[in-house]
Design a protein around this ligand. Structure first.
Ligand SMILES: [Zn+2]
Length: 80
């Protein structure tokens, strides 16, 4: 009986350690924030207060206080 070493799986290519911003949790956070922002801006498009805010500030992406809070993750159904 001859011993044969187990076949080694191919080594993954050497990669530099991930930047904190590239780690999974950070990417997930970013994706969530992006989804939250997209959702918020969609809601803000039909929000009267947001419309007023945009007109008043001249910023086409301005948000009313409520939607700003939601977009920043401080309020709303995205919190948990
Ligand atoms: Zn709003």
């Amino acid at each position: 009986m001859s011993y044969r070493p187990p076949r080694q799986p191919p080594k993954p290519p050497n990669r530099a350690p991930l930047e904190p911003s590239e780690r999974g949790d950070a990417r997930l956070q970013a994706a969530l924030a992006q989804a939250r922002a997209a959702d918020t801006y969609a809601a803000a498009a039909t929000c009267e207060a947001c419309t007023r805010e945009r007109a008043a500030s001249g910023d086409p992406e301005a948000l009313c206080e409520d939607h700003l809070a939601v977009a920043l993750g401080m309020r709303g159904g995205w919190a948990r």
